[in-house]
Design a protein around this ligand. Structure first.
Ligand code: NAD
Ligand code: UPG
Length: 337
């Protein structure tokens, strides 16, 4: 069964490609390599031992979809392609509304035109902001966005919800990812930050590798047990598995709702200091760090309730934080060579 993955050369898309193949699907990648490398395609062929079906194209161009939908018998689409740098989105919001929102509108129009039904959309736990109670459940209210990036995810969810409501053909699931980390254990694919990483784990591994100065721990005065902020870090291979479950849920007709949304996290919150300790335990490497003031816009704590995704999608995580950190380090060592 042919499944289109937009942004399939990226961090989460490439791992999802591997898991889809393991489950007998035929994934087809479309990517413009604006935030990824062509080497990913070669490495996916090494991991899966089969040629990758891939088309270079921009998801903002109607002809990209015309070409793909005429050439392939697509039964489901996972829409990863987007821009994802929160800081950049504040400086250049229109890039985010174009690349994230307009591309999703175009995709939905083209799905309707070609009579395609099943869509899995990459959303984020950022939609919850700082939840009043933890863990965040799917009933936790969506909060006003704090960045154009976060807003683009909220708007896309609303656009997809409204489009599904107006159509008898379209079915869609939004997956609200918590913090994806780690890499495939082959160390052939992983996260490729361009320039200094904004996210905790790639900065940490680059610090340990001596490519950056010490990790800056942003804030030790949060109302948490050790004063540092808490997030739900999920192994990217576990996250990839959730897409396969979501697709199956749509395609097998198990879903009772034509539009639904799920938290994809581990259910476990870890503070920045706990991550540092877990990394040191998992790898035997010392993390150089220094304490800094809070980063503007950061929330205190968020972690997922996974009850709904466990029960409705039948999805569960397999990997520990330590395993994710070990794989992140293995990947860092591989890209250093
Ligand atoms: N990584 C995270 O922490 C995180 C958290 C929550 C949600 N998400 C969402 O998950 C999705 C995937 O994230 P990721 O971490 O794999 O990002 P990524 O940047 O590694 O992957 C995105 C891929 O999409 C491609 N792309 C971007 N714009 C495109 C366009 N116009 N046409 C074709 N290809 C295009 C990029 O080249 C890249 O390969 C994104 O929608 C992101 O917003 C990511
Ligand atoms: O050098 C660093 C980087 C991060 N942090 C802290 O580490 C935690 C995690 O930060 P980060 O990895 O940047 O993740 P988030 O701020 O939680 O945001 C990420 O995770 C969200 C949920 O998936 C996505 O919506 C965002 O796009 C993505 O950047 C936060 O407390 C940060 O203050 C540091 O202390 N030092």
């Amino acid at each position: 069964m042919q499944i289109l993955i937009t942004g399939g050369a990226g961090f989460i898309g490439s791992h999802t490609y591997v898991v889809l193949k393991e489950h007998g699907y035929t994934p087809i990648i479309v990517d413009n390599f604006s935030n990824s490398s062509k080497k990913v395609i070669k490495n996916l062929e090494i991991i899966t031992k089969e040629p990758v079906i891939f088309e270079e194209g921009d998801v903002n161009h109607p002809e990209t979809y015309d070409q793909l939908f005429k050439k392939y018998d697509i039964r489901g689409i996972i829409h990863f392609a987007a821009s994802k740098a929160v800081g950049e989105s504040v400086e250049n919001p229109l890039k985010y509304y174009r690349n994230n929102v307009a591309s999703t509108v175009l995709l939905l129009e083209k799905m309707a035109e070609y009579g395609l039904s099943n869509l899995v959309f990459s959303s984020s736990c950022t939609v919850y902001g700082q939840p009043e109670t933890l863990p965040a459940t799917e009933e936790s209210p969506v909060q006003p966005a704090t960045s154009p990036y976060g807003n683009s995810k909220q708007i896309c969810e609303e656009i997809i919800r409204d489009t599904v409501a107006a159509s008898s053909a379209l079915k869609a699931i939004a997956l609200r990812y918590f913090n994806p980390i780690g890499a495939h254990e082959s160390a052939l694919i992983g996260e490729l930050p361009i320039g200094p990483p904004a996210n905790l784990i790639p900065f940490l591994t680059q610090s340990v590798a001596g490519l950056r100065g010490p990790l800056q721990v942003w804030g030790t005065d949060y109302p948490t047990p050790d004063g540092t902020a808490i997030r739900d870090y999920i192994h990217v291979v576990d996250l990839a598995g959730a897409h396969v479950k979501a697709l199956a849920h749509l395609i097998d007709g198990k879903s009772t709702k034509n539009y639904d949304f799920f938290n994809i996290g581990t259910g476990q919150g870890s503070s920045v200091m706990e991550v540092i300790t877990a990394f040191e335990k998992a790898t035997g490497k010392k993390v150089p760090y220094e304490i800094r003031d809070r980063r503007a816009g950061d929330i205190t704590a968020v972690y997922a309730s996974t009850d709904k995704s466990n029960q409705v999608l039948g999805w569960k995580t397999q990997f520990s934080l330590e395993k994710a950190l070990q794989d992140a380090w293995k990947w860092q060592e591989a890209i250093n060579q």
